[in-house]
Each structure stands twice: as structure tokens, then as C-alpha cells.
Design a protein around this ligand. Structure first.
Ligand SMILES: *Cc1c(COP(=O)(O)O)cnc(C)c1O
Length: 360
């Protein structure tokens, strides 16, 4: 068996150790005589897995007690509707910063339920930077301000949060969750689909300050009301049991790696290998302004579509897969989430050097 270096934007690589533990426990978890996949979500065995996962997430992310952690389904995309349904509840207004497709989808969905306003956008330069804002840009009457913290498709990341005054900040952290520490207290709510950096697809993590709960719009479907899930420990209905279990394995792996400070250090070192090469290459160049570069998603181009396609195909043959850029950007994108070892990036850079020599 030869595992490839998988640069997919999501679903993406999981730590090998996590996959091995899942494999070892596939037929029998502990002494339960059954796979986690087969367990009743109401069983004592499963509840223990669930509770340990939540406790480890709270510990690793340093989540204060006045925040609820919810394990939901429907992906980050369902949050685009749940957020306005639950939070656009006082003045029916919300502000959005448009830093890419995901941010734009959140904005458009909210506009179906109230007055959504695009405060700033980086569409003018293919979302290659994070637009600067000041407190004066935001409506103090807005019920929340929404940002996408790491823009998976375009490879930008917020390094400094916008100052929104007293308006709660809501952030999509789907592609940067667990990649570095975040100060949860700066947010009203954080959410992430798990398939980029935590687990297989199927579970969506929501971290929400308790005072924001309980004012959903009247017509909010029961399943889309955060209170339904908060009051039932995410077990109003069957949760995505197996994905939550794998999330638990990933969290244990992160703890062993030294927690989020250590992950950040590792991710910075790893991303620098690729960015340093791109900054000095005569063939390849990064597409994002240096100050807003993501640690997780690194888009780059040669400037020639044919050469890009040749690179993607030769890279694949050499064991570097899923490196084609998003269809809206073209070129290449290397997603280098927590589970990508630094050797994977070093080998990719070696391969890029060789390609550069052969094609310049
Ligand atoms: C992948 C992604 C999404 C969409 O997630 P789904 O779980 O497929 O709905 C939303 N936002 C960001 C930032 C993403 O990277």
C-alpha cells in the first residue's frame, strides 16, 4: 500500500494515527463487541465517546463555560440559513464581509430572512486579500457581523479580527478550525464543517455563546433551531455518531502533538516551506498578498493555463494528488491542513523545483 500526499481542500487528509486507531477499533470498540458505527446513540458506550469528544474540544480550544458546543448535520452550508434564522432576531439586520464564495453564500442566504448588508468585499481582485474595515463600517444596530475566517478557495486568512464594537462576531472557521489557537471570547459564534481539519464529512461543529440562544424566528424549523440541539445535548435526533467519534480521535492526536500552540508552530513552519519557494520561484507564484496568506490553503499559478494543467497531471503521477485549483480560480492549490506532514510539503517543493527546471 502506498499512501499519496493528498492536497485536497476537503474532504482531506486525516492523521495516519487517527485512521489506524479507527481501523483497529472498526470491528470492536473497547470491549463493547460492536463497531462505533453500530452503536445506539443512546447507549452508555456511545455517550462516553461523545462526552469525551466535547470535553477534549473544550479543552483544546479553551471554550468558556458560557458557550454551548453543538454537533450538527447539514454541513457549514446549513449554517448559512441557521445563523440568520436564529440570530437575526432583534433588528433583522446583519453585516457581512465578502471575502469569497463561502462568505458570499452566507450573505445571500441571510438576505432571504432580513436586511443583509455587504460591508466590504475583495471581489475586485479575485478575493486575493482581506478588505480592511474599521468599527465605523459596521451598523451598531446589526444583530451580528459575519466573516469567513479562512477562505478555502482563495487562500486568505484573517490575522486580525474586525472591530465590530458590541455587535457579536460570527465566523465560519471550516478550513482553519484547530489549526491554531483562537480566542473564543471574541466571538458570538463559531462554526465549521469537520471534513477539512477534524473528521470525515458529516458533522458540523457550532460553538455559540449562550445569551444568543432562544430568539429564533417563529417559523424556524425545529431542526434548525439551536435551542433544540442545545437542550438535548446534540441528541434531539441521531447525531452523526461515527464522524463525532473520529473527531474525538483527532482531538486526542492534537493533544498529543502539544495542543493548538504547537499545531500553529508546525503549520507556520510547513506553510513557510511552500511560500518561501513561491516567493523565489521564476515559474510559480502565489496569488495572495503576503500579509493575508492562509496557513491551510495555498493557491499558486504559473500564469500559463497549459503549463498549469501539465503540472497538475505530472504532480498526480508523482503521488501529489488533488492539487488542481478551484474551478473559479484556476491554477493550483495545495491544501496543507493539520494532517499533512511537513515532508509532504518538502517533497512537493522538490517536485516543483524539478518541474521549474524542465519547463522554464
Ligand atoms: C468547505 C467550506 C464550506 C462548505 O462546507 P459544507 O460542509 O460542504 O457545507 C463552507 N465554508 C468554508 C470556509 C468551507 O471551507
Amino acid at each position: 500500500m502506498a499512501r499519496v500526499y493528498n492536497f485536497s481542500a476537503g474532504p482531506s487528509m486525516l492523521p495516519e494515527e487517527v485512521l489506524k486507531t479507527a481501523a483497529d477499533e472498526m470491528l470492536e470498540f473497547g470491549t463493547s463487541g460492536q463497531s462505533v458505527m453500530e452503536m445506539s446513540h443512546r447507549s452508555k458506550e456511545y455517550q462516553a465517546i461523545f462526552d469525551e469528544t466535547e470535553a477534549n474540544l473544550r479543552e483544546v480550544m479553551n471554550i468558556p463555560d458560557n458557550y454551548k458546543v453543538l454537533f450538527l448535520q447539514g454541513g457549514a452550508s446549513t449554517q448559512f440559513a441557521m445563523i440568520p434564522l436564529n440570530l437575526m432576531n432583534k433588528n433583522k439586520k446583519a453585516d457581512f464581509i465578502i471575502t469569497g464564495q463561502w462568505a458570499n453564500k452566507a450573505y445571500k442566504e441571510a438576505a432571504r430572512y432580513g436586511e443583509a448588508r455587504a460591508v466590504a468585499s475583495s471581489a475586485d481582485k479575485t478575493y486575493s486579500y482581506i478588505p480592511k474595515t474599521t468599527a465605523a463600517d459596521f451598523d451598531p444596530e446589526a444583530d451580528f457581523v459575519h466573516i469567513c475566517m479562512n477562505n478555502t478557495i482563495y487562500g486568505t486568512k484573517y490575522k486580525e479580527l474586525p472591530d465590530t464594537g458590541n455587535v457579536p462576531l460570527v465566523a465560519d472557521i471550516s478550513s482553519c478550525i484547530l489549526s491554531e489557537p483562537v480566542d473564543v471570547t471574541k466571538f458570538g459564534m463559531l462554526y465549521a464543517g469537520a471534513q477539512k481539519n477534524v473528521a470525515p464529512a458529516g458533522v458540523t461543529i457550532v460553538i455559540i455563546r449562550e445569551d444568543l440562544l432562544g430568539n429564533a424566528m417563529d417559523f424556524t424549523p425545529t431542526m434548525l433551531n439551536y435551542v433544540t440541539h442545545a437542550e438535548n445535548g446534540s441528541m434531539f435526533n441521531t447525531p452523526p455518531c461515527y464522524a463525532i467519534y473520529v473527531a474525538g480521535l483527532t482531538l486526542k492526536w492534537i493533544k498529543k502533538m502539544g495542543g493548538l500552540e504547537a499545531m500553529k508552530e508546525y503549520n507556520e513552519k510547513k506553510a513557510a516551506v511552500l511560500y518561501d519557494f513561491l516567493d523565489n520561484s521564476k515559474l510559480f507564484k502565489g496569488t495572495v498578498v503576503p500579509e493575508d496568506r492562509s496557513l491551510m490553503n495555498v493557491p499558486f499559478v504559473t500564469g500559463n493555463d497549459e503549463l498549469d494543467a501539465k503540472f497538475v497531471s505530472e504532480a498526480k503521477a508523482a503521488g501529489f494528488v488533488n492539487i488542481k485549483g478551484h474551478r473559479s480560480v484556476g491554477g493550483m492549490r495545495a491544501s496543507i491542513y493539520n494532517a499533512m506532514p511537513i515532508e509532504g510539503v518538502e517533497k512537493l517543493v522538490e517536485f516543483m523545483k524539478k518541474f521549474e527546471e524542465e519547463n522554464l
